[in-house]
Design a protein around this ligand. Structure first.
Ligand SMILES: Cc1cc2nc3c(=O)[nH]c(=O)nc-3n(C[C@H](O)[C@H](O)[C@H](O)COP(=O)(O)OP(=O)(O)OC[C@H]3O[C@@H](n4cnc5c(N)ncnc54)[C@H](O)[C@@H]3O)c2cc1C
Ligand code: FES
Length: 358
């Protein structure tokens, strides 16, 4: 099965000095494949000097907009985001995997829910898709967005958010928190940390009324917000996260294979099911992930970040035991159900059976 499909770039619009919004169109035969759920992302691949890079970008369009759009912020020294910001033009083609990701909550058009969104910088992209889709499809829903940026001129989608406030008068509100610019209300200046959250809950947000919260931004901000939401009575199943972690790719991975669980021997017998076909091969014990072993065995296993962040490489362990070095992407219930990130998973049993198809 082809994992990547060509998407035609139909528009590249400059959003801020450092970010563009790219509109994409699938081929007619791929339209159904690229039908997405609010909050999902696309994984692109491109060769840079002979090396294939894969990067994920969240869809920022709402489900009812009838198009695919991603917002890409240039990361200093970043290969893919710099190329997109400086060189990508309408008429070009990008190769992408169909939408993936679980950063959403099922919608119910009869519900009257209160939602809270937190976004930091380019973390607005999936949250914007969630806001637009939720307000359009749940007519009684209310949404408050707390959006953190360095300065006013780095705010992505500032005009679109203003338009949404007018379109959904009384149902949508935005609190802009600016790190480096003073505002009339002191609380809205600085970083979002535990103290800021406590101020927001005292003066602006009613924790008891919130049904669901979405958080996307830098990790320290996400952790502080999640802890504060829990302290204010929200359950874990009411808090959804998406981590972008753009600096992960070069980071050395901690080896987490437990020595006591490892039986000395030459290798692990691995059986992998992918796209309906099952293959068995021997892989090295310790140090080699299931994803790397599957790719070495010529299986076209899906992946993007290889850093435990995006969940593109998710598979399910049917037999045997594995340990993950890091997991920033799977929720507890998925891990309990046997899912692992294959880019982080190393077998600790002599035999392991996994499937990418469930
Ligand atoms: C699920 C998901 C959704 C995402 N959605 C979005 C989105 O909607 N919008 C968005 O803008 N981003 C998004 N991201 C982040 C995005 O995928 C990329 O990580 C980001 O654009 C950086 O990629 P890059 O190729 O430009 O940078 P990279 O080339 O990966 O570089 C990243 C950083 O590492 C440094 N670096 C690179 N190579 C080296 C080296 N050899 N030594 C030392 N330092 C090095 C660079 O200077 C840079 O600071 C998302 C990520 C995930 C996982
Ligand atoms: S490839 Fe991103 S989590 Fe494994």
């Amino acid at each position: 099965m082809a994992r990547f499909h060509p998407l035609k770039v139909t528009d590249v619009r400059r959003e801020t000095r450092d970010a563009v919004v790219v509109t994409l169109r699938p081929r007619d035969e791929d339209v159904a494949l690229f039908d997405f759920t609010q909050g999902q992302y696309l994984t692109f691949r491109r060769d840079f000097d002979g090396e294939e890079l894969r990067r994920s970008y969240s869809i920022c369009a709402g489900r009812d907009e009838g198009c695919l759009k991603v917002g890409i912020k240039r990361v200093d020294g970043g290969a893919f985001s710099t190329w997109v910001n400086e060189s990508l033009a309408p008429g070009d083609e990008l190769e992408a995997m169909p939408p993936m990701g679980k950063f959403f909550a099922p919608l119910d058009e009869t519900a009257a829910r209160q939602y809270l969104g937190f976004a930091g910088g380019s973390g607005i992209t999936p949250v914007l898709s969630i806001i637009k889709t939720t307000l359009a499809r749940e007519p009684k829903a209310r949404f408050t967005l707390v959006y953190s940026n360095r300065q006013i001129n780095t705010i992505m989608f500032r005009e679109e958010l203003e338009d949404l406030k007018n379109l959904y008068l009384g149902r949508f509100s935005v609190i802009h928190v600016l790190e480096q610019e003073g505002q009339e209300i002191d609380l809205f200046t600085g970083r979002i940390d535990a103290e800021k959250m406590s101020g927001l809950f005292t003066h602006w947000l009613d924790a008891k009324a919130i049904d669901m919260a979405f958080i996307c931004g830098p990790e320290p901000m996400m952790l502080a917000i999640a802890q504060s939401l829990r302290d204010h009575g929200l359950r874990d199943d009411q808090i959804k996260f998406e981590l972008f972690a753009s600096g992960q790719q070069g980071r050395a991975k901690t080896r987490a294979v437990s020595k006591s669980a490892t039986v000395p021997g030459t290798g692990v017998q691995a059986t992998v099911t992918l796209d309906g076909a099952t293959r068995s091969f021997e892989m090295a014990r310790g140090g080699e992930t299931i994803l790397d072993a599957a790719i070495a065995a010529k299986l076209d296993a899906p992946y993007s970040c290889k850093a435990g962040v995006c969940s593109t490489c998710r598979c399910k362990v049917l037999e045997g035991e594995v340990e993950m070095a890091v997991n920033h992407a799977l929720e507890d219930y998925e891990v309990r159900a046997g899912y692992v990130l294959s880019c982080q998973a190393m077998p600790i049993s002599e035999r392991v059976v996994v499937t990418y198809d469930e």
